[in-house]
Design a protein around this ligand. Structure first.
Ligand code: FNR
Length: 355
C-alpha cells in the first residue's frame, strides 16, 4: 500500500495494532469532543495566499531555542512506544535525529533515558517531566536527563490526574508484563499498575507555579511548560521565567470541552508578546495545518499520535516516512501560499471563517 498522507498510517496502525494498544493511542477524554475539535478547528481557518513571489528556492528550516531544526515539526512526548514497535523510544530518537528535528522523550518511556541518548547521540532531545509526589524521583530524573545531554526540560502541567478515557477503562488497559516504565524502575512497582493508577498514586496533584522555582534550582536546562491554553497562564509562564510554552490539551485526553489548541494559540501568542517561544501540539495531520499554526504565531509544532502510527508501520523507517510526508506537504503549502522562507509566514496569511 502506498503511504501518501498521515491518514494512511493511521489506517495501518488501526488495522495492525492489538486493539488495546490502538485504543490507548487513540483515546480522548469522555466523549472525545476536544480530541476531535483539535482536528476540526483547522477547517475553520482559511489561507489568504499571495501570488507571484518567487518560490523557486525554498528554505523551511527554523530554530528551537537557538538550535536549528530542518523544519518546524518535532515529536511530542507520548508514553509506551514499545506498544507500537519493539525498539520503542530508541527508534523514535533515531528517526527524529535522521530528520534533524527535536524529540521530547516522555517520563513514561519504555526505554531508559540512557538508551534513548545512546540510540542517537547527536540528536536534539528534550525530556518531559511529570512531577512525582516523591520529589527525589523527579529531581533524579531531571539531573539524569541533563547529564545525558538532553537540551530542554518540558514540564507537563495538564495532568494532575489522568483524564477519563473510556476505552482504556473498558479494556482494563495496562502494560504487558514484559514492558516497563524503565525510567521509574526501582522507584515503584509501576509495571504492575495501569498508567492511570500510576498517575493517581505517584504523580503530585499539588504542583503550582512555585514549583517552577524548585525546578529552576535543579537544572540549567531551558524550561518549557506544556499544556497552556489561556492568556492568564501564558502571562504567568512568562512571569515565572520559563523559556517556552507548548499550547496543548494533551491531544484531548485530559479535560474534555476545552478549546482546540489552534484556537487557544491566538490568545497565548498575544499574551506573551514575543518574550518567549510558543509551540503547539494537537491535531496536526498535514502540511497546511503546520502552516496555519505558524501563521498564528507558533514557532514550531509537535506531533503525538502520528508519530506512533509511523512507528507502528515500520519503526524508525515508518516514523521517518511520516516526518518526510509532513515536510514535503509543508514545503508545498508554503510555496503555494507565496512564502519561500519560514520568516515570510505571518498573521496576514490566514483568517478564521465565520462558520
Ligand atoms: C500523550 N501525551 C503525553 N504528553 C505528555 O506530556 N507526556 C506523556 O507521557 C504523554 N503520553 C501520551 C500518550 C499518548 C498515546 C498520546 C496520544 C498522547 C500528549 C502528547 O504529548 C500531545 O500533547 C498530543 O498527543 C498531541 O496531539 P496529537 O498530535 O496526538 O493530535
Amino acid at each position: 500500500m502506498a503511504m501518501v498522507c498521515l491518514s494512511d498510517f493511521e489506517a495501518y496502525a488501526k488495522k495492525h495494532l492489538p486493539k488495546i494498544a490502538w485504543d490507548f493511542f487513540a483515546a480522548g477524554a469522555d466523549d472525545c469532543s476536544t480530541r476531535d475539535e483539535n482536528i476540526l478547528a483547522y477547517k475553520r481557518i482559511h489561507f489568504r495566499p499571495r501570488m507571484l513571489r518567487d518560490v523557486s528556492v525554498m528554505d523551511i528550516r527554523t530554530k528551537l531555542l537557538g538550535t536549528e531544526i530542518s523544519f518546524p515539526v518535532g515529536i511530542a512526548p507520548t508514553g509506551f512506544h514499545q506498544l507500537a514497535w519493539p525498539d520503542g523510544e530508541k527508534s523514535t530518537a533515531r528517526a527524529a535525529t535522521a530528520m534533524n528535528t527535536c524529540y521530547i522523550a516522555s517520563t513514561y518511556s519504555t526505554c531508559t533515558l540512557e538508551e534513548i541518548a545512546a540510540a542517537a547521540p547527536s540528536g536534539i532531545r528534550w525530556f518531559q517531566l511529570y512531577i512525582h509526589r516523591n520529589r527525589a524521583v523527579s529531581k533524579q530524573l531531571v539531573q539524569r536527563a541533563e547529564a545525558l545531554g538532553f537540551q530542554g526540560l518540558v514540564l507537563t502541567a495538564d495532568l494532575p490526574y489522568t483524564g477519563k478515557r473510556r476505552d482504556d477503562i473498558r479494556n482494563g488497559f495496562r502494560l504487558p508484563p514484559h514492558m516497563k516504565l524503565k525510567n521509574l524502575e526501582g522507584a515503584f512497582e509501576v509495571c504492575k499498575m495501569s498508567p492511570s493508577f500510576h498517575s493517581l498514586w505517584c504523580l503530585d496533584p499539588s504542583v503550582t507555579w512555585n514549583d517552577i522555582y524548585w525546578l529552576r534550582s535543579l537544572t540549567h536546562l531551558p524550561i518549557i511548560i506544556k499544556g497552556i491554553l489561556t492568556k492568564e497562564d501564558a502571562e504567568l509562564a512568562v512571569r515565572h521565567g520559563v523559556q517556552g510554552i507548548i499550547v496543548s490539551n494533551h491531544g484531548g485526553r485530559q479535560l474534555d470541552g476545552g478549546p482546540a489548541t489552534i484556537d487557544a494559540l491566538v490568545e497565548v501568542v498575544e499574551a506573551v508578546q514575543g518574550k518567549i517561544e510558543v509551540y503547539l501540539d494537537g491535531g496536526i495531520r498535514k502540511g497546511s495545518d503546520i502552516l496555519k499554526a505558524l501563521a498564528l504565531g507558533a514557532k514550531c509544532v509537535f506531533i503525538g499520535r502520528p508519530a506512533l502510527w509511523g512507528l507502528a508501520y515500520k519503526g524508525e523507517e515508518g516514523l521517518q516516512d511520516v516526518l518526510r510526508i509532513l515536510q514535503d506537504e509543508f514545503r508545498l503549502s508554503m510555496a503555494l501560499a507565496g512564502c519561500a522562507r519560514v520568516s515570510h509566514i505571518d498573521r496576514h496569511l490566514v483568517h478564521f471563517s465565520k462558520l
